[in-house]
Design a binder for this molecule. Structure first.
Ligand code: SAM
Length: 352
């Protein structure tokens, strides 16, 4: 059984939103049978969300707390109905409350305008003091994070580049129409979007926040969509791309973790080299697969990267018989945020 629903729009580096149906088609064509999935590198949550639509038992996992909240809002099931007006009301300052100004004070001219920084300070503190229910809290953070992401050039936080947005009239870059909408308007838009995408499938879906190698959940099918390394060029970690959102989930400590020597004032909370170091990647992958040898393993990776698809297949063959390993080319795919001209192909490496 599958519930028909619009998929959430994800502004996330490496999101499989445009590929998830194709991936599922492969499962059906190859008659891969399973009831439960573990999405180890959950990211935007789109794979888990699709699995929830297909009524599987789902565990979404990601190393970052901000992603945990995104996963919880999309994949968790609410036990009480969500009060969307209460989320909308987070935009308002409470009378008599003295708010801290951590973002406004430390992030002037870096990612957002002053008034937006002020709103971010207010919203996070309102969430922290008023939302005790984890699902409700996750829903509120989901709306805040999507609003922050859509306002950012490239939807990222790796550079101090607010001027790309504020100078957009003289630049041919960016999303002018979206950027001209106010923070309030976009926040409201995402509350409405959330109303449409949240649904209850009456299952206990698990949302976890472990590093991949510390995630001991078992499932029939383990989906592995790790960070990708280009053969050439320097590697940008997920932490560098999204540290600001991770910082917001640790609002009371974040000021102590700001790297003042960096132009973008990266917040050094929850940095990890696991799966983010080219030299260790293959060892990390071996260790991860060894934890799930009794599961169907499905790895997403692109060619023209390190390691090659053939190398990943060789790693998998240390744990699964070669006759049970399949490589499926999902076709040419260019990520929205990837501006290199050469298009890589997306692959699935499957071991049964
Ligand atoms: C390629 S993205 C996954 C994209 C996801 N499948 C989607 O469709 O949106 C990789 C994800 O792995 C997470 N990540 C990076 N290192 C990790 C680790 N050691 N353990 C768990 N998650 C990690 C990142 O936060 C990022 O969300």
């Amino acid at each position: 059984m599958c519930i028909e629903r619009k998929l959430p729009v994800t502004r996330y580096y490496g999101s499989k939103r445009k590929l998830v149906k194709k991936i599922w088609q492969v499962f059906e064509e190859q008659n891969i049978q399973f009831n439960s999935i573990l999405d180890v590198f959950g990211g935007s949550g789109i794979f888990s969300y699709y699995a929830k639509l297909k009524n599987k038992d789902v565990t979404y996992n990601d190393i970052f707390k901000f992603n945990y909240y995104i996963g919880k809002a999309l994949i968790g099931n609410s036990t009480t109905s969500i009060n969307y007006d209460k989320i909308l009301n987070l935009l308002n300052e409470r009378e008599g409350v003295i708010y801290k100004d951590t973002i406004e004070n430390n992030y002037r001219n870096i990612y957002f305008l002053d008034e937006e920084n002020h709103l971010i300070d207010v919203i996070v503190q309102n969430i922290d003091s008023e939302f005790n229910n984890e699902f409700e809290k996750a829903s509120a953070y989901y709306v805040l994070f999507q609003t922050c992401l859509i306002k950012r050039p490239f939807n990222l936080f790796h550079r101090k580049n607010l001027s790309l947005r504020t100078n957009h009239t003289i630049s041919n870059f960016g999303n002018k129409t979206t950027w001209e909408k106010s923070f309030h308007e976009l926040f409201k838009q995402f509350v409405n979007e959330l109303k449409e995408i949240q649904f209850n499938n009456d299952k206990i879906n698990n949302i976890t926040n472990f590093s991949a190698l510390n995630c001991d959940i078992k499932a029939d099918l383990v989906y592995i969509d790790p960070p990708y390394f280009n053969i050439k060029g320097s590697h940008l970690s997920y932490h560098s791309r999204y540290h600001f959102l991770e910082g917001l989930t640790n609002y009371n400590e974040l000021a102590n973790f700001i790297s003042l020597e960096k132009n973008n004032k990266e917040i050094c909370i929850n940095q990890s080299m696991e799966f983010e170091s080219k030299t260790n990647f293959c060892n990390d992958m071996k260790e991860l697969i060894s934890k799930h040898i009794n599961s169907i393993i499905v790895i997403s990776y692109r060619n023209m990267g390190y390691p090659s698809i053939e190398e990943i297949k060789n790693i998998l063959s240390e744990f699964k018989p070669l006759k049970d390993i399949y490589i499926v080319n999902l076709g040419e795919y260019s990520y929205a945020l990837n501006r290199s001209r050469t298009k890589a192909n997306e692959y699935l490496i499957i071991g049964r």
